[in-house]
Design a binder for this molecule. Structure first.
Ligand code: ADP
Length: 651
């Protein structure tokens, strides 16, 4: 992950325990496994604490209560049965004696205990659900807060991106599962110890304990091993699982459905899904079958040993050494100890399965931010005209071996109109990302009004730009909100929203919408949401930039979605409105470039030519060639359109 020219990645390395090298190494290995467990456990506890300290207290109380109650229940039952047996031995008694007997009071006590148990169980379930929701909210909120500041470069790192996607996807269910299981372990441990004490204290029964442990521990360990194997298998097959999701999603994705139908790709994707499933399933089936074979073996073994225990306890009831209540208590204890051992290990294994989620989450939360102001305090951008200077700027994306931009020098003066020109992949968008400090140059520096861009406060810097990206935002809110998102701090009336729409040539179609500016957009949430064409969306994005009233306006490749007329119209608007504003255009259509103060031709990662239209045409270099090719194609189109009707005439 490291060694990506200038990018620092997450400083969090999940605790990993290398495999033990022999029996002597076992304590170190176990220490590290436990260490890892506690790091993650502490993280979960911290999360619960942040979600609400009361949750932590209540969950601990409930865990404690649930741990001791089974034993209390067994002890009361034992007393009741023993008392009844003594009565039976003594022969029948008159009913009136029942009301004063200890059996009666014990029964009342038992049912108070049962009611209490039920109440606590209900409370515990409700609490788990509420706590789960709160923790999920906390995790999602923390992730959203963190996302605000994650470097864009981090999103370009596939390993980071996958971890983040996984953490985000599982944030809805994992926290609750881990929470329930973690506190479940506390209850089970208490229950386990209590029953163990009962068996150890029982006259002549302590020999049972090591045998139960000897049988149930291996079974639980096998369980743990298979949970672990399963977990690692799923992790190894993560690519296949994501592929299956991907293929399944292609057939139900609204944006993809048109193309999938038209090219008849459905069956291909279904076949690919099946093929990937086959790969994924093969190993899994083997794991499931092997695990079941072990369980059958241990099932038989524990059945036989339990039979021996039950018989020996029953024999002592026969000989009068134990009463029926004792039989009930001890056989129950034998079963409970075994169940507890397996529950303890299964829960630990299950929490272990959740560690991937926690590790992903921790890594995400600790991802280092590099796009931060270097000056203390950070400089504020002053409103007005700005000069931007690029000095020997080079840049490469994380993980790439070659510069996308190399040694670029450029000065953009206040109030200038600059058009960036170049073939696809020439680095125009990348240059915009550097100018706006979404990324930092790998080498060289960018100066804004004489100061390094890095010294400015990010919010103030970003507010300086009104930008329309190629993949501009489409928000499922109303038209008005879509425009106001340009500057949420501005307290402007409707006139300004309308003015922005007018400047971006969006006014006409907005006013023809059923609810005008209040029309909800997209049909994701609202059944009456309006779907717009790409060109209409782009005009809205332009309106957003106009509304923001920023000092530097940037429009990245409007060609894709705007017709030439609309592009020219918007370009003219930019030109008219700019006064002292700087305008940067990235465009394929060179016709828009003719009026620019500066045309910057990018190619092969460097600035090939700079100048205005007349200068560059005279130079007869790259720009001249691009322009002539486009002009020629345009003329050809024009003439072929004129020719067509003529051809029809002879018929
Ligand atoms: P243009 O806007 O001129 O079409 P871009 O600036 O988008 O070009 O891309 C320049 C080069 O950088 C291309 O080769 C592209 O593949 C690469 N590139 C763009 N974005 C990324 C990214 N996030 N990670 C890695 N490479 C990228």
């Amino acid at each position: 992950m490291n060694g990506m020219g200038g990018f620092r990645r997450s400083n969090y390395e999940p605790p990993k325990a290398p495999k033990p090298e022999g029996i002597k190494d076992l304590p170190r290995y176990l220490g590290e496994v436990l260490g890892g467990f506690f790091v993650r456990f502490a993280y979960i506890v911290k999360l619960v604490w942040q979600s609400g300290p009361w949750i932590l207290f209540l969950l601990s109380f409930v865990a404690l209560f649930k741990g001791v109650t089974p034993v209390i229940g067994s002890l009361i039952s034992k007393e009741i049965l023993n008392e009844l047996q003594l009565v039976v031995r003594a022969g029948a008694l008159p009913e009136s004696e029942f009301w004063t007997s200890s059996v009666f009071y014990l029964l009342i006590f038992f049912f108070i205990y049962r009611i209490l148990l039920r109440v606590i169980n209900t409370v515990s379930n409700a609490l788990n659900r509420i706590a789960g929701e709160m923790v999920v909210k906390e995790v999602k909120e923390q992730m959203m807060e963190k996302s605000k500041e994650i470097d864009l470069a981090s999103f370009d790192d596939p390993a980071f991106y996958e971890r983040m996607e996984n953490a985000n996807r599982e944030a809805g269910n994992r926290p609750l599962q881990i929470l329930t299981e973690t506190f479940g372990i506390v209850s089970t441990a208490i229950e386990f110890i209590s029953y163990l004490v009962i068996l150890l204290a029982a006259p002549g029964l302590s020999w049972v304990v090591p045998i139960i442990l000897a049988v149930s521990i291996p079974s639980a360990i096998v369980n743990f091993i298979y949970r672990k194997k399963n977990f690692h298998y799923m992790r190894r097959r993560s690519k296949e699982r994501r592929q299956m999701d991907y293929y399944a999603n292609l057939l139900v994705n609204k944006d993809m459905v048109k193309e999938v139908r038209m090219y008849d790709l459905s069956d291909t994707f279904i076949d690919r899904f099946k093929a990937v499933f086959g790969k994924y399933y093969q190993g899994l089936r083997k794991l499931i079958l092997h695990e079941s074979a072990w369980h059958i073996l241990f099932g038989v073994l524990s059945g036989v040993t339990n039979l021996i225990f039950f018989v020996s306890i029953a024999v002592r009831v026969f000989t009068g050494e134990f009463l029926i209540g004792d039989y009930n208590l001890y056989t129950g204890a034998v079963m409970s100890v075994a169940t507890c051992v397996s529950a303890l290990i299964t829960s630990s294994a299950s929490i272990y399965g959740g560690t991937l989620f926690i590790d992903n989450l921790i890594a995400f939360m600790k991802e280092e931010q590099t796009i931060v102001p270097t000056a203390e305090p950070a400089c504020e951008v002053k409103r007005g005209g700005h000069t931007i200077v690029l000095e020997h700027v080079s840049f490469r994306y994380p993980g790439m071996t070659r510069d996308v931009l190399h040694d670029v020098n450029l000065t953009i003066g206040a109030g200038e109109t600059v058009v960036l020109v170049g073939l696809n992949g020439a680095g125009k968008t990348t240059l915009i990302k550097l100018l706006t400090r979404l990324y930092d140059p790998t080498e060289g520096r960018i100066l804004l009004d004489g100061r390094d861009l890095k010294e400015y406060d990010l919010k103030s810097l970003y507010a300086m730009f009104g930008i329309i990206f190629q993949d501009f935002g489409k928000y499922a809110v109303t038209v008005e909100e879509n425009i106001r998102f340009g500057d949420l701090h501005k307290e402007a009336g409707m006139e300004e929203v309308r003015a922005a729409a007018e400047q971006s040539a969006a006014k006409e179609y907005i006013e023809s919408l059923p609810m005008g500016y209040d029309t909800p957009l997209m049909r994701i949430f609202e059944p009456d949401g309006k779907e717009l064409s790409i060109g209409q969306w782009q005009k809205l994005a332009v309106a957003r930039a106009f509304y923001a009233d920023s000092d530097v306006l940037i429009l990245d490749e409007p060609t894709a979605s705007l017709d030439p007329m609309a592009e020219q119209e918007i370009f003219n608007q930019f030109d008219r409105l700019r006064t002292d504003k700087t305008t940067i255009f990235v465009s394929h259509r060179l016709s828009s470039a003719t009026v620019a103060d500066q045309i910057v031709v990018l190619g092969g990662g460097t600035v090939k030519e700079i100048g205005n239209h007349a200068e560059l045409m005279e130079k007869r270099g790259a720009y001249y060639e691009l322009f002539s090719t486009q002009a020629k194609r345009y003329m050809e189109q024009e003439s072929s359109q004129e020719e067509r009707p003529r051809r029809r005439r002879p018929r």
